[in-house]
Design a protein around this ligand. Structure first.
Ligand code: TYD
Ligand code: MG
Length: 455
């Protein structure tokens, strides 16, 4: 059998290449391609050298299956994001920017699970044991029966795990792990990939739930290989804006629960506090009704969340006016501006546009389109929207408003928070809606006419 030729992998997108190049064809990143040791060289996997395989046992779809037993931590925001608690033998990747609070979150979570009776092992490759202990004491977790190790040698960690067989093991972080059978520096793609592969197979083999912490590059990808995302069952991102104390734990992939579910936390002096009512929190900074503000009734995972969309529109001194967006997709803003211009005849040429979601929240639902348009128009026309109004709806390229899912849940949440009117797409499915004055509109032009008629 031919010797495996060396392979090269892009550290940014994970694309495989036959030879080294300065630029990755797949994602366009520069200096991101590195040589890769073949995965099969590891001690845990057998090479395919000629030996005959065995016939796999087959089963049917109808075989009786009980849902996986779950362990709840008692931290509701975390348990919900996990899909109702921790599943044994699952592999979870928690990604986030350095310093966002991943270690704090996982230390708190580990302590909660340990107090519920799970045997937990926390392996820190970044901090000394004394540092972790000090943090635990400051957070009031010192009494939790968590076993702690400061170690980066993967072989030693796996041997320890195999001996202890804990219910839960935290590896903080996967980038600091060092597998001695791979000739590459810790943090390189081959190291991260081998370490993740070994740890995930350990989880599956021995029934331990393994949490891998991964730092994310500024492009928003788990540093090094995206491949780790494919290996694990669940990928959670811990995100937040610098300067805001809110942190959002978001499930971007979950084999054991709904994706897109979020948990909201607040970073305090005493660690992360759970935020049970995020809408109230995100709207808490809202003052008087000012032009440029619209409240979006959104859905995050299974839960309605209200957020304030803020816009500022000002004459631009630049040839190409600025389009600055925080918390929303910039491409979506361009689309909405284009629809406003071509379908409603409201130009934004020569105007700088700044768009922001208050509180450091990130909104990715298309249902936010109408709230974005409302904030933009309100800023441009200098007319404040009614302070007790929420808005939702997707805008199509024709300017029509498309109905969005869970309209009633959105309205219920708004009503709970003291809002009394809403603007929604015409074909929205709203049966009750009592207590709320709902104005259904077919398209953006109607919306402009009714809300900004004087402008
Ligand atoms: P950390 O969990 O170390 O981040 P990560 O593991 O994602 O790199 O969190 C570090 C930040 O959190 C640090 O800047 C200080 C802040 N912090 C608090 O504000 N309060 C606290 O109680 C703790 C433990 C940390
Ligand atoms: Mg850390």
């Amino acid at each position: 059998m031919a010797k495996a030729s060396p392979s090269f992998t892009c550290t940014a997108c994970g694309a495989a290449h036959r030879r080294w190049a300065g630029r990755c064809d797949a994602c366009g990143a520069w200096n991101s391609i590195v040589e890769e040791a073949p995965l099969s060289a590891g001690p845990a996997t057998k090479t395919l050298g000629g030996a005959k395989g065995r016939v796999i046992d087959l089963t049917t779809l109808a075989a009786a299956e009980t849902p996986p037993p779950r362990a709840a931590s008692g931290m509701d925001e975390l348990d919900r994001v996990l899909g109702g608690g921790l599943v044994p033998a699952s592999a979870i990747l928690v990604g986030g920017d350095p310093g966002i609070g991943k270690s704090t979150l996982l230390l708190q979570a580990t302590a909660s699970f340990a107090r519920k009776g799970l045997s937990c092992l926390y392996v820190s490759g970044e901090e000394a044991a004394a540092q972790v202990r000090m943090r635990a004491q400051r957070l009031g977790l010192a009494d939790a029966p968590v076993q702690l190790a400061a170690e980066t040698n993967l072989r030693d960690i796996l041997t320890t795990l195999d001996t202890l067989r804990p219910d839960l093991a935290i590896i903080d972080s996967i980038q600091t792990m060092w597998a001695d059978h791979v000739e590459a520096a810790p943090g390189s793609v081959s190291q991260v990939r081998s370490a993740a592969h070994e740890l995930v197979s350990f989880a599956k083999r021995r029934g331990t739930a393994v949490v891998l912490v991964g730092h994310v590059t500024k492009e928003g990808q788990i540093a090094g290989p995206r491949v780790v995302e494919h290996m694990v069952d669940t990928v959670l991102y811990f995100e937040g804006e610098r300067g805001h104390q809110f942190r959002i734990l978001r499930a971007v992939k979950n084999r054991f629960g709904p994706a897109d579910e979020i948990g909201v936390f607040e970073m305090t002096g005493g660690g992360l506090a759970e935020v049970a009512n995020p809408s109230a929190l995100f709207l808490s900074e809202r003052g008087q009704a000012v032009p440029g503000s619209a409240v979006f009734a959104g859905i995050e995972g299974t839960r309605p969340v209200l957020t304030e969309i803020q816009a500022l529109v000002a004459p631009s001194p630049l040839g190409t006016p600025r389009r600055t967006v925080v918390g929303l997709d910039a491409g979506r803003l361009s689309t909405i501006l284009a629809v406003l211009e071509s379908r409603c005849g409201i130009p934004f040429a020569g105007l700088d546009v700044f768009l922001n979601v208050a509180g450091g929240m990130r909104v990715s639902e298309p249902a936010a389109d109408l709230a974005v348009a409302a904030a933009l128009l309100s800023a441009r026309e200098d007319v404040a929207l009614p302070p007790d109004m929420v808005v939702f709806g997707e805008i199509s390229l024709s300017g029509a408003l498309r109905p969005v899912g869970q309209a009633e849940n959105r309205l219920k949440e708004a009503q709970k928070l003291g809002f009394s009117q809403a603007v929604a797409p015409e074909r929205s499915r709203i049966e009750t809606g009592d207590g709320m004055r709902v104005r259904k509109m077919p398209d953006l032009t109607t919306f402009v006419g009714e809300m900004f008629a004087a402008g």
